[in-house]
Design a protein around this ligand. Sequence first.
Ligand code: PAF
Length: 268
Amino acid sequence: MKVVVTRAELAAARAAMAGRVAVVMTMGALHEGHAALVRAAREAADSVLVTIFVNPLQFAPGEDLDRYPRTLEADLALCEQEGADVVFAPTPDVVYPEGPPSVRVSAGRLGDVFEGATRPGHLDGVLTVVLKLLHLTRPDVALFGQKDAQQLAAIRRMVRDLDLAVDVLAVPTVREPDGLALSSRNRYLSTRERASALVLHLALGTRDVRIGRAVLDAEPGVETDYLERVDSDSFTIDPDGDLLVVAARVGTTRLIDNLLLPPEGRAT
Ligand code: PAF
């Protein structure tokens, strides 16, 4: 496995990659969910490139940019173990050589609702770095986790709206044995908060907005941001939508999760 940090090193490594190339973009602090992405990338392509970059653009002032876990050595071990061919782990000045970019991608309406309403500018920051990383890595296919469903919808929308020549593949959420969705932010949770955090999964499991909200409200130390049924493409609220989405603060940690509803689970 080759680890590269500069644009020149990346260009050389990319040129040497054979066949169909898959990219898995991450912010590091890798866990089994990322491992599943890399494994799915191996299935989907001949060569796999992983990017590890904590993107300052997608953190608002006061969010957890500074305390976001940075575990590069362990991340590289996971990438190696899962069979990545190249890891691009740049510093911010490599990705943004002229400082924060003045031209950015707008997520449009998707950037204003749900995650966008609570985290203004977040999805614009995500799309801007994803577009840059797509240009830098030139993959045939890019894989993203279903866990960040709104990010996935925004990326798919960008690919359609801006005619990007890349296939986007969604990979199912990986969960702890009890159902908690894996997230790099789970490591912020105390033992007690970890127990409370399970309520997001339990609320989704009711498959009902009203009952799910009651389940969340009954859990001490959990503050609900939203629980809604939406269309997974547009994120418009829809009683017949194919996705239940939830966000809640557990202690100081904000967690999100979602559940795709098979047709038989939808409202009749
Ligand atoms: O999902 C993430 O880890 C990030 O939002 C991404 C897609 C790597 C962009 O920074």
